[in-house]
Design a protein around this ligand. Structure first.
Ligand code: PLP
Length: 393
């Protein structure tokens, strides 16, 4: 069947593909450990569930304004003030169906055919596809592993052309977990301002930062940078609410208005019940979020140590999110497998450990392991990976 050109080259999400393969093996009775998923394994906190139940009981089950409930926008505005000293008004916020749809809608309203968007590599799998769906052109800039996968101001400057419209910053990053410092953001921001670029700041992992590091939004650095930035965030990762599908964008009023118009014709509004749940998420104490963060931090430290025991594997230690992104190129080069993709497939076949090949993130030498699962499972997974490496070395 002939489909529209725009979907012909669309590649399915590698992350979701590996997760469903692992699920199928599990359903066939195999003892599979899934480290592919990009979602917290905790239940959504009780007070959020209660808010959703209350919303249903009160009949709050109808259409809402396309850009989101005013009460939720206010809760988001308060959150910005509390966490980042950023001041927004309701016209500068749109609530969307997850952060993913905030990004999708943003690219739709921002890009004309051929407009370029700078995408630091490794990147979250959906950025390139979303840019292409908006007829834009992703321009890949590789953050070297020696520089903790971060791009430099020189690299940014070199990659800008007359067609460049925007740059994506995702800190902490999926898949690497690394954070840009304030100085690094300031240097990149200066160039973005000089060339009049939009900065798309994907801050979905803002609440998952470990050790002594803190989150820094590029929009906090100066009023001028704030005016150039659209912040993307949501409750999926921070509040273990991936299935509720609530995200948002904050920034320039004209852009937000256009996104809201587009949403009014495509989605109408995010689910009313989920919006009430998100209000509870942002207006209650963050104690439970802290507890989840502490659990993630313990897992990170342990899994990192276990993985570092594997010969020929190197790994930049992440500062946030819930992924490790080790380099396995030496291991694969010494094995009978032709590529990291093949190695990952065989690992799943033989040892029943599901991880995601780095190729989906633009990094052929790496693999992504999510530590959004129990410590016991992580320890067993590390053992199995080590056994697999030793078998083929
Ligand atoms: N941005 C990044 C970097 C992500 O990793 C994800 C989810 O995996 C999203 C955005 C989308 O999150 P949501 O569940 O809110 O759509």
């Amino acid at each position: 069947m002939e489909l529209a050109d725009r979907v012909e080259s669309l590649t399915p999400s590698t992350t979701l593909a590996i997760t469903s393969k692992a699920k199928a093996l599990k359903e066939d009775g195999h003892d599979v450990i899934g480290l592919g998923a990009g979602e917290p394994d905790f239940n959504t906190p009780e007070y959020i569930l209660d808010a959703a139940k209350n919303a249903m009981d009160q009949g709050l089950t109808k259409y809402t304004p396309s850009g989101g409930l005013p009460e939720l926008k206010d809760a988001i505005i308060d959150k910005f003030k509390r966490d980042q000293s950023l001041v927004f008004n309701r016209n500068e916020i749109i609530v969307t169906i997850g952060a993913k749809h905030a990004l999708f809608t943003l690219f739709q309203v921002l890009l004309n055919r051929g407009d370029e968007v700078i995408v630091p590599v490794p990147y979250w799998v959906s950025y390139p596809e979303q840019i292409k769906l908006a007829e834009g052109q992703p321009v890949y800039v590789k953050g070297s592993e020696d520089n903790n996968f971060k791009i430099t101001p020189e690299q940014l400057e070199e990659s800008i052309t007359d067609q460049t419209k925007a740059i994506i910053i995702n800190s902490p990053s999926n898949p690497t977990g690394v954070l840009y410092t304030k100085d690094e953001l300031e240097a990149l921001g200066e160039i973005a301002i000089k060339h009049n670029l939009w900065i798309v700041s994907d801050e979905i992992y803002e609440k998952l930062i470990y050790g002594n590091d803190n989150h820094q939004s590029i929009a906090e650095i100066s009023e001028e940078l704030k005016n150039h930035t659209i912040i993307i965030n949501g409750v999926s990762k921070s509040h273990s609410m991936t299935g509720w599908r609530i995200g948002y964008a904050a920034g320039n009023e004209t852009i937000i208005k256009a996104m809201t118009n587009l949403a009014s014709h495509s989605t109408s509004n995010p689910t009313s019940i989920s919006q009430h749940a998100a209000i509870a998420a942002y207006t209650n104490s963050e104690e439970e979020i802290e507890r989840m963060k502490e659990a993630f931090e313990e897992r990170l430290n342990k899994l990192y140590d276990w993985m570092m025991e594997i010969p020929n594997l190197s790994c930049v230690k992440p500062q946030g999110a819930f992924y490790l992104f080790p380099n396995v190129s030496k291991i694969v080069n010494q094995s009978p497998f032709d590529s990291v993709d093949e190695w990952v497939k065989q690992l799943l076949e033989e040892e029943k450990v599901a991880i995601v090949p780095g190729s989906g993130f633009g990094s052929e030498d790496n693999v992504r392991l999510s530590y959004a699962t129990s410590l016991d499972q992580l320890e067993e997974a590390a053992k199995r990976i080590k056994k697999f490496v030793e078998k083929y070395s």
